[in-house]
Design a protein around this ligand. Sequence first.
Ligand SMILES: *Cc1c(COP(=O)(O)O)cnc(C)c1O
Length: 394
Amino acid sequence: MIYADNAATTKMSPAAIETMLSLMENSWGNPSSLYAHGQNAKEVLEQARCDIAHAIGAEPREIIFTSGGSEADNQAILSAAENGKKAGKTHIVSSAFEHHAVLHTLNKLKKEGFEVTLLDVHENGLIVPEEVNAAIREDTCLVTIMYANNEIGTIQPIREIAAVCRQRGVPFHTDAVQAVGHIPLSAAEEGIDMLSASAHKFHGPKGVGFLYARKGIRLASLIEGGAQERGRRAGTENVPGIAAMAVALKEACANLKQNAEHLTSMRDRLILGLRQIPHSALNGDPQRRLPGNVNFCFEGIEGESLLLLLDDKGIQASSGSACTSGSLDPSHVLLAIGRVHDVAHGSLRLSLGEDVTAAQVDEMIRAVREVVDYLRGFSPIWRDLMSGKKQFIL
Ligand SMILES: *Cc1c(COP(=O)(O)O)cnc(C)c1O
């Protein structure tokens, strides 16, 4: 079996599992309790906060623990909207290929009277900082642009976009769920005001993540209750999950350089192999992309059937986002970079894990080639393309 869906979730690191188990057994006190058992859990929590802050170039008090990336995105955007509204600013700048945790939150705000400008994404899957600058208005209260796209893996010029926002005095949030633990990143140095991350994307547990909010950014609380997280997120903290997240992130950062080098070479080997398939195209910039991300379109086939047949061959992949599988609509990300519906339907994302081998990459190339050939063999669209009734796009 080859697991090539690491953008959807990753396998937990053994050290993170061990941390979690040990805390559940030995340190299950409530961090808000004053006796030693509770204070012990509190220490674990604060150590995790320090480690996470250190890993992303932030200060401990700038880290708020959440239930994952979606909650962090929601809190960042809704906080900026609330602050903006108080100042009479109700315009937000984002992009067309954000994660649904961002897009759906923006849709909710639109219903409340906010105006949203979604920037076009260029064919290479990149956003241009000058276009962010041009979209900012007097009444803009937030710019939110993802660090690295979860489907096509493209890495945005975040430092430049943050600089534009800083210069125009607009808070900048980035959904960095796919970037944290995978590529070098420093929140303070890059001028980021808010950043979202999720543990299960870097070999930590599911249901836990964090929001970085630079000192001075006022956060609204999505959940009312106790005074946990300095009043910014009520509820007894998920101490084992948070500590395991810190362990997983420390591990990912310690091995980041060598993992990225290996993944990049495996990724490029895979891209080279898949490019040999006629009427195929890589989605997103070939260089400015996550080390483990490969995303292709194959003309004349359906992504769904491709996935099922690959699964039969022991390869677990995705057609794009785990969140849209089950829906028949083509990926909003592929449409945003200008792929037409027919082509966007035949997409395949292979997101590699750090332990992938060259032999596995070659096996994936072989399998994809076989399955694409097989499916084209009885595809009516492919027949029309071959007979000239329809024009090839790729
Ligand atoms: C996975 C993902 C999320 C959601 O994170 P959860 O922890 O699953 O809520 C948000 N944004 C991006 C880019 C993601 O890849």
